[in-house]
Design a protein around this ligand. Structure first.
Ligand SMILES: CC(C)(COP(=O)(O)OP(=O)(O)OC[C@H]1O[C@@H](n2cnc3c(N)ncnc32)[C@H](O)[C@@H]1OP(=O)(O)O)[C@@H](O)C(=O)NCCC(=O)NCCS
Length: 219
């Protein structure tokens, strides 16, 4: 189904969009505090990010819900979550190591920290949202997420995400998310805000405000 909001029309992505959307994810996430923590070396970062986001998008298309725009300039990867997922499989670990090489322990630590602090209540998880850097700041991200939020509202379904900088946190607050206690990546890593969007008429569960669990140090 295509949704049209002003000049941006959105639709569900398929495998034929993968090449373009991996590029959008890799380029949009190329800067920022999490990227600096994960892969300090800039030339390694480009190579590793393209391989990593190929894995991310494949997983989203197979197991989640991926939205994009008609011109493939934006992507949002959602996962409906009703129960804690199966523990990370050996196959996932192997694929992560193949994609990220010597940076795999940091990627694994990030995934582990996100999972340990993930709310247990049923919700939809916004794992990634990215807009082509050339198109950022034009309302594309707001419109892409708005369509999905409307569907969640009609199901009285909450949403959850992790915000990786204060600018994004502001965007998410405008879209109805509330911040809970933040998490910190170890050894001077950046702050990450856990955020919950309750559907209209519902409040944020008390458990969401519990302090985050301690995170182990990178190997
Ligand atoms: C975050 C993102 C998806 C928002 O999409 P967008 O189309 O640029 O956002 P919109 O135009 O709908 O809304 C603009 C708001 O988004 C937020 N924002 C975050 N990063 C931004 C960026 N690089 N450029 C523009 N807006 C950004 C701000 O709150 C901004 O409002 P402001 O201009 O008043 O500060 C997009 O900017 C992006 O891909 N950023 C890099 C990847 C990323 O950080 N993803 C989210 C991880 S939590």
């Amino acid at each position: 189904m295509t949704q049209t909001n002003a000049n941006v029309s959105t639709r569900r992505a398929t495998t034929s969009d993968a090449g373009a959307l991996v590029g959008v994810l890799a380029e949009a996430f190329m800067g920022g505090p999490v990227a600096d923590w994960l892969i300090p070396d800039q030339s390694d970062r480009r190579l590793v990010y393209y391989r990593y986001f190929e894995l991310v998008l494949k997983d989203g298309l197979e197991h989640g819900h991926v939205d994009t725009t008609a011109d493939r300039s934006a992507v949002a990867i959602w996962y409906p979550r009703s129960n804690p997922p199966e523990p990370s499989s050996g196959t996932h670990q192997e694929a992560l190591e193949r994609a990220t090489g010597s940076y795999a322990p940091k990627f694994a630590l990030l995934e582990e920290m996100f999972e340990a602090n993930h709310p247990r209540e049923a919700h939809h998880y916004l794992a990634y949202v990215a807009v082509d850097p050339k198109q950022q700041g034009n309302g594309v991200g707001t419109k892409l997420l708005g369509g999905y939020h409307r569907q969640l509202d009609s199901l009285s379904m909450p949403a959850y995400l992790e915000a990786t900088n204060t600018r994004n946190r502001k965007l998410y607050q405008r879209l109805g998310y509330l911040p809970g206690p933040s998490m910190y990546l170890p050894t001077a890593g950046p702050q990450i805000w856990r955020m919950w969007r309750a559907p209209s008429g519902f409040s944020v569960p008390d458990a969401f405000f519990a302090p985050p669990l301690p995170t182990r140090q990178p190997q």
